[in-house]
Design a protein around this ligand. Structure first.
Ligand code: IMP
Length: 181
């Protein structure tokens, strides 16, 4: 899909992200101390960079699984109706589950996914989002841990895309269009 020309202004540096992940992992580690049944579930595709850095910072015995839910498609607006495109490989009943998401925006995606996973009777279900845009919320949802609260800007990088592009940027940047619509 072609888009209007845009530039990307850095919003959160790779260094700040790494430092925040270290802090978050210290908290997560405390929460799960002594457990040997944690499954870390990445929501595809936006969380793939975040989950890779997160799990390498965690000194815990974990398993990793992935789930894909539909969200923005190729545009800039949330679809609101959430569909599961790829389900977990394993069962989670009686297990500790940590869902990893890139951004909580309207809240529909994580709200839907956590309700779905709750129905499978995990021992404990928690979630972590790298970014949160609280001003955009449409459903009452708060992740157990959040990396950074950001304003209502469209962001890319560190796994997050605009029309499937810019996922490979090492930092989080905001999209700024250089031509009027
Ligand atoms: P929600 O269901 O509205 O909370 O949306 C969550 C999903 O929308 C995220 O996992 C992202 O895939 C996508 N999303 C939300 N905000 C942005 C953004 O600023 N840039 C790119 N994708 C976004």
């Amino acid at each position: 899909m072609s888009t209007r020309p845009y530039v990307i202004d850095e919003m959160i540096s790779a260094k700040s992200i790494a430092a925040r992940i270290e802090d978050l992992c210290r908290e997560i580690q405390k929460e799960y101390e002594g457990t040997d049944k944690l499954i870390v579930v990445g929501l595809l595709r936006g969380s793939f960079v975040f989950i890779a850095d997160l799990v390498r910072e965690l000194d815990l015995p974990i398993e990793v699984d992935f789930l894909e839910a539909s969200s923005y498609g190729d545009g800039m607006e949330s679809s609101r109706e959430v569909r599961i495109l790829k389900d977990l490989r394993g069962a989670i009943e009686g297990r500790d589950v940590l869902v990893v998401e890139d951004i909580v925006d309207t809240g529909h995606t994580l709200n839907h996914v956590t309700h779905l996973l709750e129905s499978r009777l995990p021992a404990r279900l928690k979630s972590i989002a790298l970014l949160d845009k609280p001003s955009r919320r449409e459903v009452d949802f708060k992740a157990s841990w959040t990396g950074f609260e950001i304003p209502d800007e469209f962001v890319v990088g560190y796994g997050i895309d605009f029309a499937q592009r810019n996922r490979n940027l090492p930092f989080i940047g905001k999209v700024r269009f250089t031509e009027a619509e």
